[in-house]
Design a protein around this ligand. Structure first.
Ligand code: GSH
Length: 368
């Protein structure tokens, strides 16, 4: 047993013996109106028990600073909404300076609440932008579409093309929103379902490539508790055999519609002609980026080899997505996603064939 494990068990023992004294601050927080809403830590255990566990994990996890003059992305590394925000950051002038604070699902809740100050606002991604000077408060932006819009406004030279002016921009925003509501939750259902099927066959869902980006305490507890955590998360997200059938239908429908757009159907420039981008035009827009990011788990572009999602060292559970990937890749929309990942995922001239998560070492001991 290493020192880390020893400390963790000691902490849990304390939690049982002296919970009132040790967790007085946590108990206070749970009772505080700012934190105490019904949506708090909506799954898993009794809310206060959950608070204690997340609090104890926090003792072993360092919160990375937001680099001065740059940004920090709070993420769940495999989340496709987080990938959407990461894509925009990788195209922005922050690309070499921002840091990613990655957490395992559920363990993201506490750090998210400390950023948003709202118990109900726990969804990732959250972007933290440093103030102009070290004493200025940071700007916090939650929601992938908000993050894209903010970065595009801040960096028009690098990202302005994501939202073209006028009517075209309105069409881009409408399609981005629609994809966020339709494709996002439904492709996520298919992925969690595949993960769960694999898990029931005893296949691991965390691999060393992904684990390297997570704080050790979170990876360890996820591995220990996954059998209980996953079903509860699925319950909250309404994922079961029946809803997965609908999710597959909806994803197929979105791909069909996107393929038709690329063939020149619907509104936008280049009606009736084969298009390079969903709404026509000469540059990728936020609609294309959103389709590609939210569809990545279905299409599995080669760039995800670095997270153990594709390629020869892919996590065993991803075999459960093989048939889906083959089906979605074969469509014009799937080909579009693959092309965007191959050609537009990183700034032109910076040939990068794989994702690089800019995480930093967040492991610490409670006294550090
Ligand atoms: N509309 C949001 C959706 C984000 C979202 O659903 N994030 C998921 C990860 S894929 C999440 O953080 N879920 C856990 C939670 O809400 O606490 C966005 O575009 O950022």
């Amino acid at each position: 047993m290493d020192l880390f494990m020893f400390m963790f068990l000691l902490d849990c023992a304390h939690a049982h013996l002296f919970s009132f004294f040790l967790f007085l601050p946590t108990t206070y927080r749970a009772a505080h109106p700012k934190y105490n809403t019904k949506k708090a830590a909506p799954f898993l255990l009794h809310q206060q028990t959950m608070d204690h566990i997340l609090h104890a994990v926090g003792w072993f996890v360092r919160t990375p600073e937001t680099p001065q003059g740059s940004a920090k992305l709070l993420s769940i590394p495999l989340s496709h909404y987080c990938e959407k925000a990461r894509w925009a950051l990788d195209l922005s002038p922050f690309r070499n300076t921002y840091v990613e604070e990655a957490h395992a699902p559920v363990f993201h809740i506490k750090p998210a609440i400390s950023l948003t100050n709202k118990r109900s606002a726990t969804s990732a991604p959250i972007l933290v932008l440093s103030g102009n000077s070290a004493s200025d408060p940071p700007t916090i932006i939650q929601d992938s579409a908000e993050i894209l819009a903010h970065l595009a406004k801040t960096f028009p030279a690098e990202l302005g093309h994501l939202y073209p002016p006028g009517e075209e921009g309105n069409r881009v925003r409408a399609l981005e929103q629609e994809l966020g509501k339709r494709l996002g939750p439904q492709s996520r259902k298919l992925v969690y379902w595949a993960m769960w099927q694999a898990r029931q066959e005893g296949l691991a869902t965390v691999n060393p490539l992904l684990e390297a980006h997570l704080p050790k305490a979170e990876a360890m507890l996820w591995n220990l508790g996954e059998g209980k955590i996953l079903p509860r998360m699925m319950q909250v997200m309404n994922i079961d055999a029946a809803s997965v059938v609908t999710a597959l239908y909806d994803c197929r429908q979105v791909f069909k519609e996107a393929s038709a757009m690329l063939a020149g159907d619907g509104e936008g420039e280049g009606q009736g002609e084969q298009r390079k981008y969903l709404l026509g035009g000469e540059r990728m827009t936020a609609a294309d980026l959103t389709l590609a990011a939210l569809a990545y788990p279905l299409v599995k572009p080669p760039a995800f080899v670095s997270l153990g999602l594709s390629g020869p060292s892919a996590s065993p559970w991803t075999t459960k997505l093989a048939d889906l990937s083959a089906e979605f890749r074969a469509t014009p929309a799937g080909q579009h996603v693959l092309r965007l990942y191959a050609e537009e995922r990183f700034p032109a001239g910076e040939e990068t064939s794989r994702l690089c998560l800019r995480t930093v070492d967040c492991n610490k001991m409670p006294w550090q």
